[in-house]
Design a protein around this ligand. Structure first.
Ligand SMILES: [Ca+2]
Ligand SMILES: [Ca+2]
Length: 80
């Protein structure tokens, strides 16, 4: 690997701070979490809890909603 590639890789890695959290749960990689994806890592989350986390009501959890849920301890942190 030449130094240019290493630098590019580092830029990409640094550019993905919060994204990594949800990505470990995001099975299909579309950037948002469905109830099924959440339950794969947090089986105790039911549809009612999911609805509470889904603050904009679009049926999926985006980065912000995941962050709020993790801060609240509803979802496990990505690396713990
Ligand atoms: Ca997804
Ligand atoms: Ca949402």
């Amino acid at each position: 690997m030449n130094p240019k590639n290493v630098a590019a890789l580092a830029t990409i890695t640094i550019g993905l701070p919060m994204l990594a959290a949800a990505q470990s749960m995001d099975a299909d990689g579309d950037g948002v979490l469905t109830l099924e994806e959440v339950q794969a890592v947090a089986p105790t989350v039911d549809s009612e809890t999911f609805t509470v986390m889904d603050t904009n009501g679009d049926g999926t959890l985006d980065q912000d909603e995941v962050q709020v849920a993790q801060d609240a301890g509803v979802l496990p942190p990505s690396n713990g």
